[in-house]
Design a protein around this ligand. Structure first.
Ligand SMILES: [Zn+2]
Length: 418
């Protein structure tokens, strides 16, 4: 017997449509007074209430959502999920005028996260990351990409991946794993990034490939860290081992990483604050997603990426929090939508597809998730708001009260219940 769930009393159902990214954000639709029928974890029917009622079995469980708005669960395609330590004091020091260099000299910054991640037990890292996943879920996030990259040696990087394996099996948030061993040059290789890439290519990448749970390899391609030639060597080795690529590029300096991402056929180039117009066109031609991380620009009080230029060049945009302890400590995709609308010049519709359908497609999952359509998985976030516009219009608020994950409530009335 299939289990049917009818969700009614929805003031609005708001969703993009399709099984691949919506580059122009033209597929977004709002249905007023709608209903959604869920059967065996998938959406069986969605639309105006009468149409859905007409096909609803008599024995379906009916839930009155009391005038809430339904949107697809958010997808976050760039997160640094697993790490140890606490950098809140460092954040306050920045507010008091300390520079990034001051903080790094005192052993702070990413070095502090690496030190604490190396020292932390697997259990402690898992407990911390689980709490973060719960917070994501409470904010309507149903699927994430999650990176390693705070271990920078074999034991600690594999420990981070072990934690991800464990949480993939036990937590309702769907996770797509990325190896980011080349996040920073570790202390053991200070001044010798090429030597560290040699080590990663020879020793660690093959071990990561053997696990079978990691789909992507990423690198922090940046001036003074891993520059173009080291980045190309590492990414080419990853391709040879069967990985797909996501890349941190052109965040702080116009190095040309966006062009390299396009040249290598990376799935996504991320950050892109200083990408050149030529590299934007190359990314569009290569079908490389442009993933905007406006939370990082906000948190570092830096420059924002030129989203309009990427759209003009023909790129498909996704949006992400870049959740991490140093440069963007948030899980709110709604806040990223607000920043995208206010500081990237994106429309509400563009920001919405950026955190749903386009983000899903950048993870190769748009055929399953990212929109509310018949046949897709019933990953649905419910907002205590009369319309989806409130995500941005009433900003800084978590409007999500309920989350349906694969057809079951994982959050009900703002409480975790999976
Ligand atoms: Zn990042």
């Amino acid at each position: 017997m299939s289990h049917c769930l009818l969700l009614e009393g929805l003031s609005e159902i708001y969703t993009a449509q399709g099984t691949c990214a919506d580059r122009e954000a033209t597929s977004v639709r709002a249905v007023r007074n709608g209903a959604i029928l869920v059967s065996d974890g998938a959406i069986a029917k969605v639309g105006p209430r009468e149409e859905v009622l007409a096909v609803t079995p008599a024995d379906a469980e009916r839930v009155d959502m009391g005038g809430k708005t339904a949107v697809p669960c958010f997808v976050d395609p760039h997160t640094h999920l697993v790490w140890g330590g606490d950098r809140s004091d460092e954040f306050n020091r920045r507010l008091h005028g300390a520079t990034y260099v001051d903080i790094a000299k005192g052993g702070g910054g990413i070095k502090s996260t690496v030190r604490h991640t190396r020292e932390a037990s697997r259990e402690d890292l898992a407990a911390r990351a689980k709490k973060t996943l719960d917070t994501m879920l409470l904010h309507g996030v149903g699927t994430i990409e999650a990176k390693s990259g705070y271990g920078l040696d074999a034991d600690s990087e594999l420990k981070q991946l072990d934690v991800m394996d464990q949480l993939s099996e036990s937590h309702p948030v769907e996770m797509h794993q990325t190896f980011l061993g080349a996040h920073e040059v570790p202390p053991e290789y200070q001044g010798n990034p090429g030597g560290y890439i040699d080590y990663l290519n020879a020793e660690l990448l093959p071990r990561v490939a053997e696990r079978g749970t990691v789909r992507y390899v990423d690198i922090f391609c940046e001036k003074g860290v891993f520059e173009l030639e080291d980045s190309r060597r590492h990414m080419q080795r990853a391709l040879d081992l069967g990985f797909q690529l996501r890349m941190h590029v052109d965040e702080l300096f116009p190095l040309g990483g966006a062009g390299l991402a396009a040249e290598l056929g990376a799935v996504s180039g991320d950050h892109l604050v200083h990408a050149s117009k030529r590299d934007m066109r190359a990314m569009a031609d290569a079908g490389t997603f442009a993933t905007m991380l406006p939370g990082t620009s906000f948190f570092l009080r830096g420059q924002y990426a030129d989203a309009a230029a990427f759209m003009d060049a023909g790129c498909t945009l996704a949006l992400s929090t870049d959740y991490n302890p140093g440069s963007s400590h948030t899980v709110s995709q709604a806040l990223m939508m607000a920043l995208a609308c206010m500081n990237l010049g994106m429309t509400f519709e563009q920001s919405f597809v950026g955190v749903t359908l386009n983000a899903a497609d950048s993870l190769g999952q748009a055929h399953r998730i990212g929109s509310l359509e018949e046949g897709k998985i019933a990953d649905i976030a419910f907002l205590d708001a009369p319309s989806a516009m409130y995500l941005v219009y009433f900003w800084g608020i978590n409007h999500v009260t309920d989350v349906l994950k694969e057809g079951r409530f994982a959050v009900r009335n703002r409480a975790i219940c999976y």
